[in-house]
Design a binder for this molecule. Structure first.
Ligand code: AMP
Ligand code: MG
Length: 419
């Protein structure tokens, strides 16, 4: 175990730990790559997306109806217009609209030359005449300029349409497609190796011997990382054996941008990681004033960052959310804003210690638009049920021990909330 004489910081506050991680991760920006649009969904934009042309590219109709000159509109009563042609969406050409005439038009069709207004179909009536063909009777109520979508009303040429660091969701992909783009310049997926350590671990599917447990962190942590867009290079289950751990860490350090390990980082007889990391790499800090998750270690093996999470399933989950996710955002140029929400506590809490604590809680928004967090009954660091039945982690800060009903606290929504 690493203890006396070690020269790395220890016992950091959560905010301090996160700030240090973010500083180091920011210096390890992941390179960009060009991806075809459908495959770029969920990825982070690496450069600003600039509008190459106006959207819409031409003035067009917002309604099905008749295009005419606004100056011709009746101030009161009805007025007859001569119908001189039509243009449908996708239509190539339309006649020039002159005073007293109109052109039938559908939504999305270019406004014909001479026209500046569209009267919706519902505000008109048709009248057939023998001598002059069809006439359109326009009822009062339409303002000049109505129902026309001017060129560039959504995006103007040169607008910064999407900022780098933004996540490409369905709407953002649609915007790029509306610019005629087929590819997006996105940040490469950070590559991670996941190591789960412990002699007691058995792969799900294999029978359990005496004292053995199934390796659940492999899936909960692996899924969390993949949910955030990480490319999981591989997972390895490693024995509590210094030589095996050293070998796995060194190979992981060579193959990944960062390593996430679980277990073996506390002060027990088989917790070899802190000593090992200080021998073959660097420990940036060890131990955070946090419950659960106190033994968390942040270090480096080769050029890869190492996030050594405690083995307890909830401790690993909470520290992954609180301390690994900010690093991922920093590596991809995503702003750290929006990391936390604020909610009122539904029940009072006495946490009986000064350390910061993450409690598992349900969230609900009441009829007055107030967000409430109800702590789960199962708060043990080994009880994954508390996480599985929660929507968020409530952060009870350093220092205070007593939290009253209604008190406002920071909450970190779990992946998938609100669903
Ligand atoms: P450790 O951090 O190695 O001292 O482990 C703390 C607790 O977490 C012990 O009860 C371990 O059995 C448990 N644990 C460690 N790794 C895993 C894992 N991959 N899946 C589920 N539980 C684990
Ligand atoms: Mg262990």
């Amino acid at each position: 175990m690493a203890e006396e004489g070690d020269i790395f910081p220890t016992g950091l506050g959560v905010a301090e730990a996160r700030a240090l991680i973010v500083t180091i991760a920011q210096a390890r920006r992941v390179p960009a790559e060009s991806m075809p649009l459908p495959a770029a969904a969920g990825r982070i934009l690496a450069t600003d997306a600039i509008a190459p042309h106006d959207v819409p590219g031409f003035a067009n109709s917002a309604m099905d109806g008749f295009a005419l000159r606004g100056a011709d509109l009746p101030e009161s009563g009805e007025k007859r217009f001569r119908l001189i042609g039509e243009i449908l969406a996708g239509g190539k050409a339309a006649p020039v609209v002159e005073t007293g005439t109109c052109v039938r038009i559908t939504t999305g069709a270019p406004i014909p030359p001479g026209a500046d207004t569209v009267v919706m179909k519902e505000n008109t009536r048709m009248e057939a005449t023998r001598s002059e063909g069809d006439r359109v009777i326009v009822m009062p109520g339409t303002m000049p300029g109505a129902n026309v979508r001017p060129a560039g009303e959504d995006y103007r040429t040169g607008d910064i349409a999407l900022k780098r660091g933004c996540r490409l969701g369905p709407a953002q992909l649609g915007v790029l497609a509306s610019f005629g783009m087929t590819h997006a310049c996105v940040v490469q997926r950070p590559r991670a190796v996941l190591l789960t350590t412990g002699d007691e671990l058995v792969a799900p599917g294999d029978p359990l011997g005496f004292g053995q447990i199934h390796d659940s962190n492999r899936y909960s942590l692996g899924c969390l990382l993949e949910y955030w867009g990480v490319e999981l290079v591989r997972h390895e289950r490693v024995r509590d054996d210094p030589a095996a751990l050293r070998d796995a860490l060194q190979r992981a350090g060579a193959d990944a941008d960062f390593i996430v390990s679980s277990g073996g980082v506390s002060a027990g007889e088989a917790d070899f990681l802190p000593r090992l990391v200080s021998e073959i790499g660097k420990v940036h800090f060890w131990k955070v004033r946090l419950k659960p998750g106190m033994p968390f270690l942040f270090g480096q093996i080769g050029t890869a960052m190492l996030f050594a999470l405690p083995g307890n399933p909830v401790s690993g989950f909470a520290t992954c959310m609180a301390l690994v996710k900010p690093a991922l955002d920093a590596m991809r140029g995503v702003s750290q804003k929006g990391f936390m929400l604020r909610a009122h506590l539904r029940t009072g809490i006495n946490k009986r210690h000064a350390r910061a604590e993450f409690q598992r809680a349900r969230l609900h928004c009441d009829e007055n638009a107030v967000l409430w967090a109800t702590p789960h009954a199962k708060q043990g660091s080994g009880m994954l049920r508390g996480v599985a039945e929660a929507d968020a982690l409530v952060l009870l800060p350093d220092g205070a021990r007593e939290f009253a009903i209604g008190e406002v606290v920071d909450v970190m929504p779990l992946p998938g909330w609100p669903g």
